[in-house]
Design a protein around this ligand. Structure first.
Ligand SMILES: Nc1ncnc2c1ncn2[C@@H]1O[C@H](COP(=O)(O)OP(=O)(O)O)[C@@H](O)[C@H]1O
Ligand SMILES: [Mg+2]
Length: 200
């Protein structure tokens, strides 16, 4: 094994240890909220959360996005980023996947999703897409994004992940019907995309 590879491997092992030991944070009074592909999230007694990431690179990338969108009402406030973890605001509510399972799609919700995607454009995102589980619906019905990824690096002009999720929840047709008469400018391409991917 070359020196470079050996170094890489050692670094990877060290990162895994650090992740498993929760970045040496004291989580005694924290509540575990969930774990995804890139990390895990703990609620602190002060109402903020720790997101501990598997790598410092993914942590930095996510923090960078959150920092760039600060001021937008759709994203939690971030406070700091240290190595493999960051501190940010807790997001209350229910993820949109479960919310739709319970309540289905409504015109009100569809319009909120469209507003959110418009905001992505305003923020200069190159990825105009998001997964249902990364949108949280608040008690007052407003939407918040919990887990932004690749917003400024991936090139995704149409919300294919979103439409795939809505299709699985059996509400895509209804959603697109609302898009058709509220936002005809978007409808054609989204419809064709959904059709060609077999979502409808
Ligand atoms: N700010 C938050 N407020 C409430 N729950 C959260 C928050 N951030 C994450 N979670 C929970 O933790 C899980 C993992 O967090 P997430 O940021 O999606 O990690 P990953 O980047 O690994 O996908 C989420 O699916 C969600 O259940
Ligand atoms: Mg996630």
């Amino acid at each position: 094994m070359g020196k470079k590879n050996k170094f890489k491997l050692e670094e990877e092992i060290a990162l895994r240890f650090l992740y498993r030991s929760n970045a040496d944070l004291d989580l005694t009074n924290c509540k575990f909220l969930g774990e995804g592909h890139n990390g895990k999230v703990y609620l602190r007694p002060d109402g903020k959360v720790y997101k501990i990431c598997k790598t410092d690179v993914s942590c930095k990338e996510e923090y960078y996005i959150l920092e760039r969108v600060q001021g937008s009402k759709y994203f939690p406030k971030v406070y700091s980023c240290m190595g493999i973890y960051m501190i940010r605001d807790y997001v209350a509510g229910e993820n949109m996947k479960n919310y739709i399972r319970r309540k289905g799609m409504s015109e009100e919700l569809a319009l909120k999703i469209l507003e959110l995607l418009d905001e992505f454009k305003k923020l200069g995102f190159t990825k105009i897409d998001i997964r249902c589980k990364d949108i949280f619906v608040q008690k007052d019905g407003s939407l918040l994004v919990i887990d932004p990824k690749g917003c400024y690096s991936r090139n995704k002009p149409y919300p294919t992940h979103l439409m795939k999720g809505l299709s699985k929840l059996k509400v895509l047709k209804k959603f697109l019907k609302i898009v058709k008469y509220k936002r005809p400018d978007l409808y054609q391409e989204w419809f064709l995309e959904a059709k060609s991917l077999g979502y409808i």
